[in-house]
Design a protein around this ligand. Structure first.
Ligand code: ADE
Length: 224
């Protein structure tokens, strides 16, 4: 998989891909993540990428020209399954959306800033818009990192235990059951007996029941 992230603040995206699972996925060649600085695509004397909004109003608007030039440059190198604009009014990121994206070959994530991008970018240059939640971030970078993380960890070979992503919360419409590790007793607080029993079928049943109970208590919306 190949993910290009277009941003005017490339440094904001350095650390999410320099550690742990994402770093390993990149080093193993399972995914190629390219952080692309938008500014060099500006033809302006001062490499400006934003300007005042026509019609007035507070806040700057990201200009279409550098974005168009950047996307055209990328499209001349490969074909993209989706060109995604990160936006609080986009389609909500859910596990099924992450699953779907993980099957794509090439993706562009475009990060907005200030008051957002010129509407013509949304009308003509992108294929999809994704939000990571009903709140407004100061830019799309953190949202893009969230999308990339949710997608990359699903790629075959990224997680050590191949089944691990399948047992995540939400994959089967339920939240994950509680987990425990050593010691089996701490300050008198005990790990549930069944988990120490070695009885595979009973453990599977217990995990399912706990998942269901947790979902009912914490996320009843997932059951309706
Ligand atoms: N940009 C600003 N806020 C955002 C959000 N909630 N989701 C995606 N992109 C955003």
């Amino acid at each position: 998989m190949h993910i290009d992230i277009i941003t005017c603040l490339p440094r904001l995206l350095e650390s999410p891909f320099s550690d742990s699972i994402l770093k390993r996925a990149i080093n193993k060649g399972l995914v190629n993540v390219n952080i692309i600085d938008l500014r060099p695509y500006s033809l302006g004397k001062h490499k400006e990428i934003d300007d005042y909004a026509f019609g007035g109003g507070a806040g700057m608007v990201m200009m279409i020209e550098p974005i168009d030039r950047c996307i055209s440059d990328l499209k001349s190198k490969r074909e993209y399954d989706d060109i995604i604009y990160m936006s609080p009014d986009g389609e909500m990121l859910t596990q099924p959306v992450a699953n779907e994206l993980s099957l794509k070959k090439n993706l562009i994530l475009l990060c907005g800033h200030y008051k957002g991008v010129d509407e013509r970018v949304r009308e003509h240059l992108i294929t999809r818009e994704i939000s990571i939640g009903n709140y407004v971030l100061s830019g799309g970078e953190l949202a893009a990192a969230v999308v990339a993380d949710a997608v990359i960890r699903l790629l075959p070979g990224v997680l050590n235990d191949e089944t691990s992503a399948l047992t995540d919360s939400f994959q089967d419409g339920l939240v994950a059951p509680p987990v425990y590790t050593r010691p089996s007793e701490y300050k008198g607080w005990k790990v549930p007996e069944v988990l120490l029993s070695g009885h595979e079928a009973k453990i599977t049943q217990w995990k399912y029941e706990k998942s269901l109970e947790r979902t009912k208590n914490r996320r009843p919306d997932l059951l309706s």
